[in-house]
Design a protein around this ligand. Structure first.
Ligand code: HEC
Ligand code: HEC
Length: 258
């Protein structure tokens, strides 16, 4: 009953007229880690204790390993001109060859098929999570800076639309919790501004490492709406809106979350 109570309160606070679209409810973005309990935050900050580094290390090993059909990731992205340092902070981004929006997972799979002759890895598979963790980690401390104009515009608009749409049995949108009610307590969490910069991340509740899309599925499920599959077009577009909303915020993956 306590859970219903907390959500009912949020719904109540969400009854007023909706803010104009595009308004974020904060002046400067604040990382989700700022809303964690001190011990969880400390776990993230300690590279030896942070369990996310297991996935970064696995990703680094996969990155260096030659594939069946072609060269290793590392033989093309060996630092120098094709370094991947700072790259993740620009994702999701438009792929020039197809004109489609790629998040990091899609980009990695495109490199596998285009440059290694390998089949795509499944979203949330250990291998794709590890490679994504490794590439994201190469941008740790780099400010998010995604492009929202040009070919990216329709994706950005679709993501923003999703963010402001009420859904589920509780009839709440992302905006209600992460723009209007951040800083409030809910089910043992302090609601953050809902930024993507810590992902992929280790979640204590999952007892595992997961993608941003897995977190989005949890938020949709939390209001009793049907979640989209991880890797879906809907969540990739939403990912772009979230990144744009967080532009300027430093990348933190591998984050640790409750
Ligand atoms: C009922 C309130 C609620 C709604 C609605 C909601 N979330 Fe969340 N969300 C939470 C809570 C609680 C957490 C965990 C604590 C926090 O905010 O980091 C969370 C976490 C997140 C995070 C991870 C932040 C971090 O740093 O770990 C993201 C990203 C996010 N939500 C995005 C969304 C999006 C996008 C939607 C809409 C599809 C949404 N949320 C809907 C309550 C909500
Ligand atoms: C044979 C060389 C080659 C291999 C092997 C390769 N890539 Fe790439 N990668 C490229 C090229 C070329 C691009 C530019 C986009 C394109 O042409 O597909 C690229 C782009 C990227 C980008 C985006 C860079 C940006 O600036 O947006 C990432 C991230 C990436 N690769 C990761 C990987 C990973 C991870 C692997 C291994 C699974 C890998 N690549 C394997 C050649 C390669």
């Amino acid at each position: 009953m306590r859970r219903l109570g907390a959500l009912a309160l949020l719904a109540l606070s969400a009854c007023g007229p909706d803010m104009a679209k595009g308004e974020t409810g904060f002046e400067t973005p604040q990382s989700g880690s700022a809303f964690l309990k001190p011990d969880t935050r400390a776990l993230q900050s300690d590279d030896f204790a942070n369990p996310g580094f297991l996935w970064v290390d696995r990703g680094e090993a996969l990155f260096a390993r030659a594939s069946e059909g072609g060269p290793a990731c590392a033989s093309c992205h060996d630092g120098g001109e094709h370094t991947l340092e700072g790259v993740a902070a620009r994702y999701p981004a438009i792929d020039d060859q197809t004109g489609e929006l790629f998040n990091l997972e899609r980009r990695i799979n495109a490199c596998r098929s285009r440059h290694q002759g390998e089949p795509p890895l499944e979203h949330e598979s250990e291998a794709l999570l590890s490679l994504t963790a490794y590439v994201a980690h190469l941008s740790r401390g780099v400010a998010i800076d995604v492009e929202t104009g040009g070919a990216a515009r329709p994706y950005y608009e679709a993501g923003r639309e999703y963010f402001f749409t009420r859904r589920g049995q509780f009839n709440l949108s992302c905006h209600h919790c992460h723009d209007r009610n951040w800083g409030q307590s809910l089910r043992g969490d302090t609601i953050s501004q809902g930024h993507p910069n810590g992902f992929p991340a280790y979640r204590l509740e999952w007892e595992s490492f997961g993608s941003l899309h897995r977190r989005l599925r949890d938020c949709d499920t939390g209001v009793r709406a049907a979640p989209y599959p991880a890797g879906s077009d809907t969540y990739v577009a939403l990912e772009l809106y979230l990144a744009a909303r967080a532009n300027g915020l430093a990348m933190e993956s591998p984050g640790v979350r409750r």
